[in-house]
Design a protein around this ligand. Structure first.
Ligand code: 6PG
Length: 262
């Protein structure tokens, strides 16, 4: 593993030999933070993105040695974004997370908060999830607020990055990029001709820890633009992710990092 600090406000970038090493490091990071926060405050709140990258990490977390060394009973799992399909649909991020992780670890179903993205009224689905998070975190007011004191503050948020520079379901030139201090919004993705529900950049930036996972040659050009290019968040929404009072680390593989300078 090699480490570089990018030009953009000192993000740390850890580079791993391949996708498997990247997933191993991500699983170790999750386990370390989960044990740290549960020891410190008795709970750990984490939001996961979907897509393909997290699958290998989920499989590691669901197996030995991670499975028996993580305090699942004290962890609360949320979603970063979801496709507007039923939870058993092949494209559902929740279905992927349920099959590769949730069904295999002793985490109570009551501690998993799924985005109701199957609702026909997408705005209502986003509002419902926003209220759920507001209620959940309001009951835990004791935790130190982040830069957006009126927004929930996650202990950890895992993000991916698309080859077009999107993260969560914050796609280039989409209205969701300008959601302001909302928690979650519905986002129409023209390129996909599809609706998504997504956490907003302000909500994500309020987290204590954010980890981007990005692997593969197809992301190399975009990763270089996101980390070392001009600040153009309409084109590269991943650049919106700049936590006000939290850590941001990129875990990437050598292929994705192949065009990074330094
Ligand atoms: C989704 C994800 C999305 C993902 C990126 C990267 O719903 O697809 O939440 O933001 O993180 O598209 O996807 P891959 O991991 O498949 O490259």
């Amino acid at each position: 593993m090699s480490d570089i600090t990018s030009g953009q406000s000192g993000h740390s970038v850890a580079i791993y030999h391949n996708n498997e090493a990247l997933a191993q490091a991500a699983a170790e990071y999750f386990a370390s933070l989960a044990n740290q926060f549960v020891t410190q405050k008795g709970s750990f709140t984490v939001a996961f993105s979907g897509g393909s990258t997290p699958k290998v990490m989920f499989a590691l977390l669901a197996a030995s040695p991670f499975r028996e060394n993580i305090p699942w009973q004290s962890i609360f799992i949320f979603q970063v974004d979801e496709r507007c399909v039923p939870p058993d649909h092949a494209d559902s991020n929740f279905r992927m997370m349920r099959e590769t992780l949730l069904a295999k670890v002793p985490l109570p179903d009551s501690q998993v908060y799924r985005m109701p993205a199957e609702l026909a009224d997408h705005a209502a689905a986003a509002q419902q999830y926003s209220q759920l998070l507001r209620n959940f975190f309001a009951a835990r007011k004791s935790e130190a607020a982040g830069p957006h004191p009126n927004l929930p503050r996650f202990d950890l948020i895992f993000l991916g990055m698309g080859a077009d520079g999107h993260t969560a379901s914050l796609f280039p030139h989409s209205a969701a990029l300008h959601a302001g201090a909302e928690i979650a919004v519905a986002s129409y993705v023209a390129r996909l001709n599809a609706w998504r529900i997504t956490l907003t950049a302000d909500l994500i930036n309020n987290a204590r820890n954010i980890a981007f996972l990005a692997g593969g040659q197809d992301k190399a050009a975009t990763l270089q633009k996101v980390l070392q290019g001009d600040y153009q968040p309409e084109l590269y929404p991943s650049q919106l992710i700049r936590p006000g009072a939290g850590s941001l680390r990129w875990l990437v593989d050598e292929a994705a990092a192949s065009l990074l300078a330094g």
